[in-house]
Write a protein that binds this ligand. Structure first.
Ligand code: BES
Ligand code: MN
Ligand code: ZN
Length: 514
């Protein structure tokens, strides 16, 4: 859903002029946002802009006991000597003296400011932090990203709009900085990331009657607009290839399964080996014949968050013209109980040739991924494969909603993901793999079964996937706790978080663009 937010960067010297000179749209308050450090210390540009009004602000601060503590605010309506309807002073005293503000923190600050501004009106944000950043343009761009992510709203299905709690309208924000051209340049890549995340959020939030596999594939096809090649495999094509594990999951649904393969060719050397991202796209997971209990089952519309992330990531990478070759692949199915549905006890032959005994039809994500992983490693010889999947409830038990579970056969890739997670705030935590866990998948009748028993459910699920990566560098991110129904925070106020787009964009930018 498009957020009605316009952002532009202006020079400090124009902040005052515009804020004072331009009459508001009449749609909402004209707000001036400034930052203050400990004891109401203003940066030089802020001090100059406020001029004599600084004294009034000082008196307000004293009356309100505002000391500039991080994430505290002082609001002054109709402030004398300032040509704005409202002045918001945002405290940002560093937690440790002298510590430079980090990237993810600037994004959080942007989200915080957007929360204070609401959805309507004109605002000027004087980005003149007392603890100056080493990379002010990057910091301003991160602030912009936070504003964008916070402003996202999914209201496509609300017929009554514009009530008091959620006023309709648009917000226009000017961010005043020392070097607007540099900030604008830095913000370009962040615009791509924000768009990619918001596309992923839309997909996760959509109801499952609307977003079935064919519709999901149609939306992935829209990436052609940004230069991504999109190939859609239908049921016939997948039957011909032998993707029986994926097809078995979808066979109880009236909606046909799909596999979408997206390709972005951005590397200078056209024949450079690609990196590959693979997503679980179960558009609804009833559990199938091993049906889930009724309570909370509606959340299983989000069982395609991995696939949504891959589509959002491809959009981000293509829009910012990332210098890398990338494959994005998603397996799209609906897991339903039906006369034609797969049964516990069935044995399917996967694309890899290995056979799987289905013990529980609710362990379907790994079956979908098994065929897509095999196809991608076989066809494209990628530098690495990273898959994302809302794979197990057990990962929520282990890690909650703070970290995604990380499993990998490659220490370098795992470490790079860990670092990118710390940089972006989309954090991952590595869990072990090993032969003893793998053995739990042995089956009486086939090469393996699709569940490993009661214990270590997230690990045995990962072991299952590992049997289909053919020893290529690979990482599996279990995002059941982070990709959907995630807790709201300064930059995420929606159900489908868009988790993973920022993490993987950063991973690519840090290590794989040449
Ligand atoms: N989609 C679910 C996992 C899930 C649970 C995602 C909660 C998001 C929130 C997955 O397909 C599933 O049902 N997994 C089973 C595996 C079990 C049958 C071995 C589970 O976690 O219970
Ligand atoms: Mn399931
Ligand atoms: Zn599932």
């Amino acid at each position: 859903m498009t957020s009605k937010l316009a952002v532009e960067f202006v020079a400090f010297k124009d902040a005052g002029r515009r804020a004072r000179g331009k009459k508001g749209s009449g749609e909402g308050p004209r707000t001036l946002v400034v930052f203050a450090g400990a004891d109401l210390a203003f940066g030089p540009a802020t001090a100059e802009l406020l001029g004599e009004a600084a004294e009034t602000v000082g008196r307000s601060a004293q009356a309100a006991s505002f000391k500039g503590k991080a994430m505290s605010t002082l609001e002054v309506w109709a402030p004398a000597g300032v040509d704005a309807d409202r002045l918001i002073v945002v405290g940002c005293a560093p937690k440790e003296a002298g510590a430079p503000p980090a990237g993810a923190e600037m994004m959080t600050l942007g989200g915080f400011v957007a929360g204070k501004l609401g959805r309507k009106g004109d605002a000027t944000v004087v980005f003149d932090l007392p603890a100056a950043s080493e990379h002010p343009a990057e910091a301003a761009a991160e602030l912009m990203l936070g504003l964008r992510l916070r402003s996202y709203k999914f209201d496509r299905y609300k017929t009554k709009k514009g009530d008091d709690a959620e006023p309709e309208g648009a917000l226009a924000v000017r961010i005043a900085v020392a070097d607007p051209a540099a900030a604008k340049k830095a913000a370009k890549a962040r615009e791509a990331i924000a768009e990619g995340m918001n596309i992923a959020r839309d997909l996760v939030n959509e109801p499952p009657n609307v977003l079935h596999p064919e519709e999901f594939a149609r939306r992935a096809r829209e990436l052609e607009k940004v230069g991504v090649e999109v190939e859609i495999l239908d049921v016939k094509a997948m039957q011909k290839l032998g993707m029986n594990a994926l097809l078995g999951v979808g066979q109880g649904s009236v909606h046909e399964s799909r596999c979408v393969i997206m390709r972005w060719n951005g590397a200078k050397k056209a024949d450079e080996r690609p990196v590959a991202f693979i997503g679980k796209g179960v558009t609804f997971d009833t559990g199938g014949i091993s049906i889930k209990p009724a309570g909370g089952m509606e959340d299983m519309k989000g069982d395609m968050a991995g696939a949504a992330c891959v589509v959002g990531l491809m959009h981000a990478l293509a829009s910012r013209k990332a210098k890398v070759n990338v494959i994005g692949a998603i397996g799209l199915v609906e897991n339903m109980p039906d006369g034609k549905a797969q049964r516990p006890g069935d044995i399917v032959k996967t694309l890899s040739g290995q056979t799987v005994e289905i013990i529980n039809t609710d362990a379907e994500g790994r079956l979908v991924l098994a065929d897509v992983l095999w196809r991608i490693q076989d066809q494209y010889e990628p530098q690495f494969m990273i898959n994302l999947a809302t794979l197990t409830g057990a990962i929520l038990v282990a890690l909650g909603t703070e970290h995604a579970g990380l499993f990998s056969n490659n220490d370098e890739l795992a470490e790079r993901l860990h670092v990118a997670g710390k940089e972006t705030g989309e954090k991952v935590w590595r869990l072990p793999l090993g032969p003893a866990y793998d053995k739990l998948l042995d089956s009486k009748f086939a090469d393996m079964k699709n569940v490993g028993g009661r214990h270590a459910g997230s690990i045995t699920a990962a072991q299952f996937l590992q049997r289909f990566v053919n020893k290529r560098p690979w990482a599996h991110l279990d995002i059941a706790g982070t990709g959907m129904a995630s807790p709201q925070n300064e930059t995420n106020q929606t159900w489908g978080s868009g988790w993973g787009v920022r993490l993987l964009d950063r991973l690519v930018a840090d290590h794989y663009e040449k």
